[in-house]
Write a protein that binds this ligand. Structure first.
Ligand code: UTP
Length: 287
């Protein structure tokens, strides 16, 4: 079954990035000149998925404005003959069919996903975290969709993060963390190093069976007092196969200060018009 719908939870408070995120959604933090969320939307579109639901919340109005048409700006750019900028701005508002729903309280990622129930209906759907970006030759959500096509069950996008980092992630318990597609035995949210089944962490990309919704409805708050998607996926894994797929690509957690800085530097170095000058600036810092 082709994956036709994608959900982007973007209603979190972004407390790791205060004070920048006090009035601005963290999903709008720019990587060079593009908001993080636009990079996520472009990944979905490149994978051939056209219907996108963004889960927003209070104070996230800039997200809707960004993907809307901006008539005054378009007219101004047209009048000034700024054709390249105009093309860029026009492209944003016609990227995909974008829908919005508000999560009234940030009760956790699982709760945010539950807000998508009506939009999704009874078909498998993609979930991409709004503050997670991956630089890859092939869009990561497309890579997961290909695995879904073969397995016909839920697929979680993973990478090895090193044992010293497992306490920050949802971690997969599996017999074979080396294989690129493995069956999940168990998922644990933010385990202690001694309790983690591997250092294979779930990193912001999922194709999920719709049975997840009824599971989330009865999932109790877990780590951090939040309704965790990991806990619901763990219950799903006890009812039907759930696969962990190690995706190809360089992933950045933009909601984390260091992750944001890494993304900024590496994306800037990939930009033709910036790379040379920026590289020599970075090199000069070493002296
Ligand atoms: P995070 O845990 O990174 O978001 O959730 P957060 O809660 O904003 O982070 P900090 O720790 O306070 O900095 C991953 C994604 O899930 C969304 C976030 O917006 C982010 O894109 N999310 C999280 C929701 O939509 N709702 C929630 O209740 C929690």
């Amino acid at each position: 079954m082709k994956i036709k719908k994608a959900v982007i939870p973007a209603a979190g408070m972004g407390t790791r990035f205060l004070p920048a995120t006090k009035a601005m959604p963290k999903e709008m933090l720019p990587i060079v000149d593009k908001p993080t969320l636009q990079l996520v939307v472009e990944e979905i579109v490149e994978a051939g998925i056209e219907d996108i639901l963004i889960i927003t919340g209070r104070g996230k109005g800039a997200i809707e404005d960004h993907f809307d048409k901006s008539i005054e700006l378009e007219n101004l750019l047209r009048d000034k003959g700024k054709d390249e900028e105009l093309e860029e701005v026009l492209k944003i508002s016609s990227l995909a069919n974008i829908f919005y729903i508000r999560q009234k309280e940030p009760l956790g990622l699982g709760h945010a996903v539950l807000c998508a129930r009506q939009f999704v209906g009874n078909e498998p759907f993609a979930v991409l975290l709004g503050d997670d970006i991956v630089y890859a030759d092939e869009p990561v959500i497309g890579q997961l969709a290909a695995v879904y096509d073969e397995k016909k069950n839920t697929v979680v996008g993973c990478q090895r993060v090193g044992w010293e980092n497992v306490h920050k992630y949802g971690v997969v318990d599996t017999d074979d963390p080396e294989a690129s597609v493995v069956k999940v035995k168990r998922l644990t949210e933010k385990p202690e190093r001694s309790e983690a089944g591997s250092d294979l962490a779930v990193l912001g990309r999922y194709i999920i069976d719709p049975e997840i919704f009824e599971i989330i409805e009865t999932t109790k708050p877990g780590a951090g007092g939040e309704i965790q998607l990991t806990d619901a996926l763990n219950i799903l894994a006890s009812r039907q196969p759930v696969w962990a797929y190690t995706f190809e690509g360089r992933r950045y957690d933009v909601g984390d200060k260091l992750g944001f800085l890494e993304a900024t530097v590496e994306y800037a170095l990939r930009r033709k018009e910036l790379s040379e000058e920026f590289k020599s600036y970075l090199t000069s810092l070493k002296d």
